[in-house]
Design a protein around this ligand. Structure first.
Ligand code: PLP
Length: 400
């Protein structure tokens, strides 16, 4: 189609031509493997009729009309996540936590109650307690395995929010049962699917209405980009789309492009993370210093049967417990004695990490005071023999 807004360049001064040249180069050839990176705030229209039409349609359709509403690059990532999650559509957020916060605001209003699992990512718990209550939204917690969910529903419960497997010790809940319970009560079921990444676990296929992921973790896979995703069924889409537009929720196309690139190798990376983590888990189980290893793929894990039923595999995460009474200084010596494991928050990159946890602070329904110190490991793509040698060095340092 010819562009009516294209005057003859010969009639323009060089100063003006600089602002217009080189915008649509003509060339012959094929196409790139990856979708283009499109950066935009302003989106131009051919004429007033087209602009008017696009503004009318953008409430219900995905229209490229302004950078804040997404770009062809973020649309490509939305589609890839929707496919992974088995969702109708997906919205992107600057962080996983922002995705959780906006999701709660999208589906709850003053007077409503949200029932959350005890195992939710700790900042989500803090956000809910500190910021939902002042807006008149009640928040309370159920056991991480969902066993007391029926008793904890309130007449005004509009959302049940589960994280399965849970943060830090990977409690499993029966998501299809939770979905039936929530739906029977007129409530929606949302799940944090960061652990499952859409490959190892698929909440929407198990009955959830909404699935949230921190794409910061495995989707990105390289510890260099922050992003969150919310994927929903068709029935739940509209409140999310409307509120995200109203709040100006968007992501940088560069970040979307990076996550899209990371996702191409998600399956291959997870296979290695899983294999290495299980190898390290078995090695840890044989250590005299370790009283428990937490990973739902281990037969000893309380959620193992549900994991077998609902998950396609595990990932690089595992936690382990030291004997009760182990001094905090000994835990520090262990962590500081590691050379390969990085000490830092987050996980899902290609590299191994260690983080001390505080289950007592992260749970309010279950009492973790009778446990020893628990450390979370993220097992990366390094050779597991090097990793266990490093852990061996940590235990030697711990012994002092
Ligand atoms: C990391 C994480 C988040 C938050 O993701 P950010 O991108 O770091 O904000 C949410 N849920 C779970 C389970 C996580 O592990």
């Amino acid at each position: 189609m010819t562009d009516p807004r294209r005057p003859d360049p010969d009639t323009l001064s060089v100063q003006t031509r600089l602002t217009r040249s080189g915008k649509s180069p003509a060339y012959a050839g094929g196409s790139a493997v990856n979708p283009p990176l499109v950066r935009a705030s302003t989106v131009l229209f051919r004429d007033t009729a087209e602009q008017r039409e696009m503004r009318e349609r953008r409430g219900s359709e995905r229209i490229f009309s302004y950078g804040a509403r997404g770009t062809p690059t973020s649309f490509a990532l939305e589609d890839a996540v929707s496919e992974l999650e088995g969702a109708y559509r997906t919205r992107l957020f600057p962080t996983g936590l922002a995705a959780i916060g906006m999701m709660l605001l999208c589906y709850l209003k003053p007077g409503d109650h949200v029932l959350m699992s005890d195992s939710v990512y700790e900042p989500a718990r803090k956000l809910s307690e500190a910021f939902l209550a002042p807006y008149g939204i009640e928040c309370s917690f159920m056991a991480a395995d969902g066993s007391d969910a029926a008793a904890k529903l309130r007449p005004n419960t509009r959302l049940v929010y589960a994280e399965c497997p849970g943060s830090l010790v990977y409690e499993m809940c029966d998501l299809p049962a939770l979905a039936a319970l929530a739906h029977g009560h007129g409530a929606l079921l949302a799940a944090d699917n960061t652990w499952g990444s859409g490959l190892q676990y698929r909440p929407l296929a198990l009955g959830a209405d909404i699935s949230v992921m921190a794409a910061t973790k495995y989707l990105s896979g390289h510890s260099d980009v922050m992003m969150g995703t919310v994927a929903t069924t068709k029935a739940c889409w509209q409140p999310l789309a409307e509120r995200c537009d109203a709040f100006g929720m968007t992501v940088s196309p560069d970040d979307a492009w990076l996550v899209l690139r990371g996702m191409r190798t998600l399956s291959a990376r997870l296979q290695l993370h899983q294999r290495h983590a299980l190898e390290v888990a078995r090695w840890l189980q044989a250590r005299p210093e370790v009283t428990a290893v937490y990973c739902p793929a281990l037969p000893e894990h309380p959620g193992h049967a549900l994991w077998q039923r609902d998950c396609r595999g595990t990932n690089g995460l595992l936690s382990f417990e030291l004997a009760q009474g182990t001094a905090p200084a000994a835990v520090d010596r262990f962590v500081d004695g590691l050379r390969l494991f990085g000490l830092g928050a987050s996980w899902g990159g290609y590299e191994s990490l260690v983080t001390p946890t505080n289950l007592r602070a992260a749970r309010s329904v279950t009492d973790w005071s009778a446990h020893g110190p628990i450390l979370r490991l993220h097992i990366g793509l390094e050779d597991p023999a090097d990793l266990t040698a490093d852990l061996d060095g940590g235990f030697a340092a711990m012994a002092g």
